[in-house]
Design a protein around this ligand. Structure first.
Ligand code: DQA
Length: 172
């Protein structure tokens, strides 16, 4: 099971600065991620909050069952040491997603205090970034399942989204 976590103001996707964040709603994003994970047999638990502590509580609560985290921390990206520590405490990999290209915007958006606690980032590719993060995590799970049992989670899907094992960091 993968956790899909969105931080402050992402509940307003679709109406919030559409020229920056596009017209998809958060429900569209959640549906897209579920559809990306379905061929792998991986379930998605989605959560959004405008509250930092609520995000920490949600991650902690599900840390034992989660096999991966996709997180768009919103503006907490740039300031939240609490979320950094929380992601470090998670036993599974996390991928940070930003819909907009934070490097092409205000200076303060360029720094992520969460990035060092994540496997990687997908930045500036619109809501498709969530899809890429989901298929990457599912590819890792597929490979781990194959290594453990000799079985593949979903062979066809795993081949469609090959993952470079050298890019897996500490998450073997
Ligand atoms: C964002 C970028 C953040 O700087 C901003 O505060 C957001 C959304 C993005 O998805 O591009 O709320 O994370």
């Amino acid at each position: 099971m993968i956790l899909l976590v969105n931080g402050p103001n992402l509940n307003l996707l679709g109406e919030r600065e559409p020229e920056v964040y596009g017209s998809s709603t958060l429900a569209d994003v959640e549906q897209m991620v579920r559809e990306a994970c379905a061929p792998y047999g991986v379930e998605v638990m989605a959560y959004q909050s405008n509250w930092e502590g609520a995000l920490v509580d949600f991650l902690q609560e599900h840390r034992r069952e989660a096999q991966g985290v996709i997180i768009n921390p919103g503006a907490f990206t740039h300031v939240s040491y609490a979320l950094h520590d929380c992601l470090k405490a998670m036993p599974c990999p996390a991928i940070e997603v930003h819909i907009s290209n934070v490097h092409a915007r205000e200076e303060w958006r360029r720094q992520s205090v969460l990035a060092p606690a994540c496997l990687g980032q997908v930045v500036g590719l619109g809501v498709a970034g969530y899809h890429y993060a989901a298929t990457h995590l599912c590819g890792l799970l597929s490979q781990a399942a194959q290594a453990a049992t000799g079985d593949d989670l979903e062979p066809a899907a795993a081949e469609a989204y090959p993952v470079n094992p050298a890019a897996r960091g500490d998450y073997e």
